[in-house]
Design a protein around this ligand. Structure first.
Ligand code: TMP
Length: 202
């Protein structure tokens, strides 16, 4: 029996990550895998309250980084670690890579500070696999424009997302054994084919 996997989904807003996640989860469930789907920021009652604040209140970039990791601390201890220990796979819609991309790349919080927070909060736990939905920012923006109620992050300018995307790609290049990069600008069928290959490889 394989050990329970911890798999995370990442990408800029509008990349189609949530649709991809739904498909991926259904494919794993079809194979009889016991799994839990969760998200960040969020995943616990306190984390969901912090999400409301993080997505709607303006704040200093480092406050934002620390609150993301505070929510993550609860998430790791209450949800992720216990599930993995009982053999349940965990699929999380975002994890620390999002802090490196958004707070680091997007807002300019120094990498060294984020690395300290990461070490503190989950130094001994990393995802087994991270699916990065990569897409040109113009395409992601067009997808978002059709969506009426945008949150604080989604209302950022294009240059912010260019930096977020670059930070994600830099991390994927640095950690190729953990990352799978999905070409998310392709048709839904093609994205699903890419996901199916990953499911088959697990
Ligand atoms: P979602 O829309 O994919 O649920 O993500 C919520 C927003 O929070 C998204 O714009 C990215 C942002 N975010 C960060 O800035 N840092 C983080 O560490 C996480 C987990 C999310």
């Amino acid at each position: 029996m394989n050990k329970a996997r911890f798999i995370t989904f990442e990408g800029v807003d509008g990349a189609g990550k949530s649709t991809g996640l739904e498909w991926f989860v259904a494919a794993l469930r079809q194979r009889g895998i016991d799994l839990l789907v969760t998200r960040e920021p969020g995943g616990t009652p306190l984390g969901e309250q912090l999400r409301e604040i993080l997505l709607h209140q303006p704040m200093h970039a480092e406050t934002e980084a620390m609150l993301m990791f505070a929510a993550r601390r609860e998430h790791v201890e209450q949800v992720i670690r216990p599930a993995l220990q009982r053999g349940t796979w965990v699929i999380s819609d975002r994890f620390s890579d999002a802090s490196f991309a958004y707070q680091g790349g997007g807002r300019g919080v120094p990498l060294s500070k984020l690395e300290q927070l990461e070490q503190w909060v989950h130094g001994d736990l990393q995802p087994d696999l991270t699916l990065l939905f990569d897409i040109p920012i113009e395409v992601a923006r067009q997808r978002l424009d059709n969506n009426a109620s945008l949150d604080k992050f989604e209302r950022e300018q294009g240059e912010f997302f260019v930096r977020v995307r670059q930070a994600y790609l830099a991390r994927a290049a640095k950690l190729p054994q953990r990352y799978a990069v999905i070409r998310a600008e392709k048709s839904l069928d093609e994205v699903q084919r890419q996901l199916a290959d990953i499911v088959a490889s697990l």
